[in-house]
Design a protein around this ligand. Structure first.
Ligand code: MEV
Length: 431
């Protein structure tokens, strides 16, 4: 709930029209009109700009951009842009953020932004000797890697370590894999580490006597983690006929299912990614890289499991945590080319890639709770249906005021189907 200074009575952001929301943000949150203009989509990415991003461009593709509300992350209030086509996600995150805010919001942090470049070394004469020679030349190789990106080096980034792994019993026998650990600071880092890996290849061949094959980053970025934690009181959790204890225990039971069963964990983690991806996309980051990292990390023990944990603390509150790789940047790539991505970063007042990663995992944790809370109580369909009904109404051809009217009718009939929507619409129009 937000305060309107104009009428001095609470207003609900989601009840406003799109135009009213923009005016409210300009007035109440002092968001620059130019920023809102870009985020409105009308002055977002032009076809000409898009043509410089990928190949064979014939246009651009729009998706809804919603603002998640009520997020307090490390004591700071943040308005979070989310780009997503699925109803209920922005509302779910905002509502859980409001519950978390009652206990101070989300506490989030990141590890050093270290990426891993992998260099595959094949055909060494004697594999252990080659491994030792590479390790003996660790310093020299790191020094070489440091010259690859002087700008990054100046900003305090650069190579940090070089490890040599022995892969045994692969379908082609044994080979070596070098892990070049690279601090990429505020970049996503793919370009920096891939360039370094390619640059080191000839020296690695000379030292090892082998043949360098692949040189590419690993998306299992387990040295670049982001973590978020939040507490929810029983008072905040209780709703309708459900007591706080019932909701809390139901959520823990739901989490235990995901923690123990990969079939459930896949859906549970999909719910987390419902919160993660929209912010990754809104900021022009590579959501496939984040997705790949998330699922590989969830399977790191050899068994695919939940990325979150949910438990009861000593006071009986519900506590949630999320830990996962977060390979996002705020410099380079689409983050600096796409006008809406730049505006999204500005809107969140993000100063470092770590700031952004902390925001993203907080949304992921909130989103997971939104799904578990619904699943553990009334099910997700009730909340989903009204919003889904709007999409069905539009698909059936409803326009203007017809959309909400038809959506409400479909939801009240508990029959959200396109054939029924077309039938009702046809009847209305006949009258
Ligand atoms: C739907 O997009 C996401 C959920 O399936 C997540 C979950 O089951 O935890 C509701």
């Amino acid at each position: 709930m937000q305060k309107s200074t104009q009428e001095n009575k609470p207003i609900k952001f989601y009840n406003l029209s799109v135009e009213e929301r923009r005016s409210w943000l300009a007035k109440e949150k002092q968001i620059e009109p130019a920023l809102l203009d870009i985020l409105s989509g009308e002055n977002g990415l032009t076809a000409e700009q898009a043509d410089h991003m990928i190949e064979n461009v014939i246009g651009t593709f729009a998706l809804p951009l919603g603002l998640a509300q009520n997020f307090i992350i490390n004591g700071r209030e943040v308005l979070i842009p989310m780009v997503i086509e699925e109803p209920s996600v922005v509302a779910g995150a905002s509502f859980m953020a409001k519950l978390a805010a009652a206990s101070g919001g989300f506490t989030a942090h990141t590890t050093t932004p270290e990426m891993i470049a992998q260099i595959q070394v094949l055909d060494t004469a004697e594999i252990q000797t080659a491994r030792f020679k590479l390790l003996e030349n660790r310093e020299k190789l790191l020094e070489m890697a440091a010259t690859v990106d002087p700008v990054l080096q100046k900003l305090g980034g650069g190579p940090r370590d070089l490890q040599v792994r022995l892969i045994e019993d692969s379908p082609i026998g044994s080979f070596l894999v070098i892990h070049l650990i690279f601090d990429v600071r505020d970049a996503m880092g793919a370009n920096a580490v891939n360039t370094a890996a390619e640059r080191l290849a000839p020296e690695i061949e000379a030292i090892s006597g082998g043949r360098v094959h692949l040189r590419i980053l690993s998306n299992l970025a387990d040295r670049r983690l982001a973590r978020a934690r939040a507490t929810f009181t029983l008072e905040q959790l209780a709703f309708g006929e459900y007591s706080g204890e019932e909701v809390r225990d139901g959520i823990i039971e739901a989490w235990a299912f995901a923690a123990s069963d990969p079939y459930r964990a896949a859906t549970h983690n999909k719910g987390i990614m419902n919160g993660i991806d929209p912010v990754v996309i809104a900021t022009g980051n590579d959501w496939r890289a984040v997705e790949a990292g998330a699922h590989a990390y969830a399977a790191r023990s050899g068994k695919y499991t939940s990325l979150t944990t949910w438990a009861k603390d000593e006071k009986g509150n519900l506590v949630g945590t999320l830990e996962m790789p977060m390979t996002v940047g705020i410099v380079g790539g689409a983050t600096r080319v796409h006008p809406a991505a730049k505006a999204a970063l500005q809107l969140m007042n993000v100063k470092t890639a770590s700031d952004l990663a902390e925001i993203i995992v907080s949304v992921g944790l909130a989103q997971n709770l939104a799904a578990l809370r619904a699943l553990a109580t009334e099910g997700i369909q009730r909340g989903h249906m009204t919003l889904h009904a709007r999409q069905v109404a539009i698909a059936a051809g409803a326009e203007g005021e017809e959309i909400t009217k038809l959506a409400v009718k479909l939801a009240s009939e508990k029959n959200v189907r396109i054939d029924r929507a077309s039938e009702i619409l046809a009847n209305w129009r006949k009258q």
